[in-house]
Ligand binder design. Structure first.
Ligand SMILES: Cc1cc2nc3c(=O)[nH]c(=O)nc-3n(C[C@H](O)[C@H](O)[C@H](O)COP(=O)(O)OP(=O)(O)OC[C@H]3O[C@@H](n4cnc5c(N)ncnc54)[C@H](O)[C@@H]3O)c2cc1C
Length: 399
């Protein structure tokens, strides 16, 4: 009997859980459907909870060396071009949460995890291996691959993302919910970013039914641009190249200072965002879900990958507590993670409606509430999420 734990999916979540389990002496085999491991060429924001996870997974130094440390989270009104508020990410923030807030290129982050996996004797990596289904009995699991092959292991972790095949069996709740929000992404060289907007901040311009996010990346060589338009798009789309003229359409009503940012982007790609309602069952015997496969969310809290890494930390710690018995570990992992991730899923939607895309009096109320908060008020509001580590047991949703 093969004693490896199988992991379907070699994204951030799959690689993170391979590293976490290796740390506990547990061998894994990562089965990735793509012909090579990688991530899309865009940025990602990392809350302090991501840094707790990096340290647990043994990649803290390398991840820290590739991150850009932004000074603030800056919220701009996209109609007036006035600043609404700024949350400082300075020493006080770091002391409060024990770690910084940063941004990083996805390829760099994935590369750090991949290198650490390649260096581990306990992790095997296999590409062109799409898991389409599984069988299990009392002693093990058999992953069934798209090419008809099979792979046996002691357990199976479905870290296969938004369109997870493993979820189809474990939860069976049909396709994800299409949000109707269309996101366009571009990365632009530093020199192309308007000089007066080269801020060391994760900046959000919030406008009626649209918003723009930008921040520096890759040692300030580039800026990440993500612009989103709530246009009620009916079908899911992922990574489709589009012309700039299409991107402009959703932003004609906002201030010129914000709108011009779109002109500097090139090679725009389009996603129609999807998420799911939270569910409380992620486990079927020797099979469990992790990351977007378990709790896909809109990106408005910038926490999807952070949650996947926290899942990896939690599952690894529980597996160690239960001497590597994954069948016993999975329900306990589920119990510790479901409420916390459900809160992020639901609040991500609320943030989209009430902060990112508000209009008229709704937006004026947003501005008034957000302006009234001090940095300490913000830190109190964010304590439950940024103060988390994946190790807080079943209370992670509320403390
Ligand atoms: C626009 C946008 C911005 C975002 N910004 C942030 C942010 O700032 N901060 C943050 O924390 N999160 C952010 N996220 C969320 C984050 O990208 C995801 O939550 C995270 O990548 C999920 O990781 P994962 O490993 O669970 O899934 P994925 O990244 O989807 O990885 C799944 C992997 O499994 C492989 N795979 C799929 N199906 C199979 C199969 N059947 N068999 C084998 N392999 C398979 C895929 O090829 C892929 O490699 C953002 C998301 C979007 C859309």
């Amino acid at each position: 009997m093969n004693q490896e734990i199988l992991i379907a999916g070699g994204g951030i979540g799959g690689l993170a859980v391979a590293l976490g389990l290796a740390r506990q002496g547990l061998p894994t085999l990562v089965l990735e459907k793509a012909s090579k491991f990688g991530e899309i060429g865009a940025g990602i924001q990392l809350g302090p909870n991501a840094f707790h996870a990096f340290d647990y997974l043994g990649v803290g130094d390398s991840a820290r060396s590739l991150a850009v440390y932004v000074d603030s989270l800056r919220l701009m009104d996209a109609l007036s071009a006035d600043e609404i508020c700024r949350i400082p990410l300075d020493e006080a923030f770091r002391n409060r949460f024990g770690n910084p807030y940063a941004v990083i290129h996805r390829g760099d982050l994935h590369g750090v995890l991949l290198k650490a996996c390649e260096e581990s004797d306990l992790i095997k990596l296999r590409t062109s291996a799409q898991v389409v289904d599984y069988d299990q009995d009392g002693t093990g699991v058999r992953a069934i691959l798209a090419d008809g092959g099979t792979v046996d292991g002691t357990a199976l972790i479905g870290a296969d993302g938004l369109w997870s095949n493993i979820r189809k069996r474990v939860v069976g709740d049909g396709p994800p919910r299409v949000s109707g929000h269309t996101t366009y992404r571009s990365v632009i060289p530093f020199d192309l970013m308007p000089e007066d907007l080269r801020w060391n901040a994760a900046t959000l311009w919030a406008g009626p039914k649209c918003h723009i996010v930008h921040y520096p990346l890759s040692d300030w060589k580039a800026f990440n641009l993500v612009v989103t338009y709530h246009n009620d798009a009916p079908e899911p789309v992922a990574g489709m190249p589009v012309d700039k003229s299409e991107v402009r359409q959703g932003f004609e009503h906002i201030h010129e200072r914000a709108r011009q940012i779109i002109e500097h982007g090139n090679d725009w790609k389009l996603w129609v965002l999807c998420d799911r309602d939270p569910v409380s069952i992620w486990v079927d015997g020797r099979v469990a879900l992790l990351g977007d496969a378990a709790h896909p969310m809109l990106q408005y809290f910038a926490q999807g990958a952070c949650m996947a890494m926290e899942d990896a930390v939690c599952l690894s710690a529980v597996a160690a507590e239960l001497d590597g018995d994954m069948e016993a570990a999975f329900p306990e992992y589920q119990a510790r993670r479901v409420l916390r991730t459900a809160r992020v899923q639901l609040q991500s939607r609320q943030i989209g409606d009430h902060i990112y895309h508000a209009a008229g009096p709704h937006a004026a109320l947003r501005n008034a509430i957000m302006q009234s908060k001090s940095p300490d008020d913000w830190y109190d509001t964010l304590q439950w999420i940024y103060g988390g580590t994946g190790l807080e047991g079943r209370t992670g949703a509320v403390t």
